[in-house]
Design a protein around this ligand. Structure first.
Ligand SMILES: [Fe+2]
Length: 194
């Protein structure tokens, strides 16, 4: 974790919760001076207070530590809103049905913003019976490779993991409308609406 907790986050969450420093202090059994110190960066809450602080502010521990307030409304509603998180250290791939506070290898992961597919990342699709074959003309070296290809429609995520020195190809079962995603370790997340 690059930040333990910042004063700005505590203040922002406290104000969103419409609590005064005194009210928050009372919930945590600390002085209002202590809250003021945390918020102005002149002190940090003791580690034993971090869970009660998250509870008092009405957020998860990860939200408090990452400083992101997350509000997902009915996150199961549509898989098309799937977002991806990729760990730059170990390559872990985490699809989520909505925004989340995710960390891996000790770092908070940002939600990836996809770009429109183009160039060598353009995906040719060949349909054979009920399957789609995808073969990309893209390097698959240890330093530049496609890490995954995924098909996202209203009710499913089909994700195929690819590996360096393997083939840049996969089979999918694409039905109806959706997004075809790919992730290149150098060029990032790309997608195409189909
Ligand atoms: Fe690439």
């Amino acid at each position: 974790m690059d930040a333990y907790v910042t004063g700005a986050t505590i203040r922002k969450l406290r104000e969103a919760k419409k609590l005064t420093q005194a009210q928050l202090a009372e919930k945590l059994d600390v002085s209002d001076k202590a809250i003021s110190k945390w918020e102005t960066g002149k002190g940090l809450p003791d580690i034993t207070l971090i869970e009660p602080l998250a509870a008092a502010l009405g957020v998860s521990l990860m939200e408090l530590l990452s400083g992101d307030k997350i509000s997902n409304h009915n996150r199961a509603a549509n898989m098309m809103r799937t977002v991806f998180y990729v760990c730059p250290v170990c390559g872990n791939v985490i699809p989520a049905a909505g925004q989340a506070a995710i960390s891996c290898c000790g770092i908070p992961l940002p939600q990836l913003e996809p770009e429109e597919m183009s160039g060598e990342h353009m995906v040719p699709i060949e349909s054979v019976e009920d399957e789609q074959f995808i073969t990309l003309d893209h390097p698959m070296s240890k330093t530049h490779f496609i890490s995954f290809i995924a098909w996202i429609s209203g009710d499913r995520v089909e994700l195929v993991k690819l590996y360096p020195e393997g083939n840049a190809q996969c089979r999918l079962h694409m039905r109806g409308h959706g997004y075809l995603y790919l992730y290149c370790n150098r060029h990032g997340l790309m997608r195409k609406r189909l």
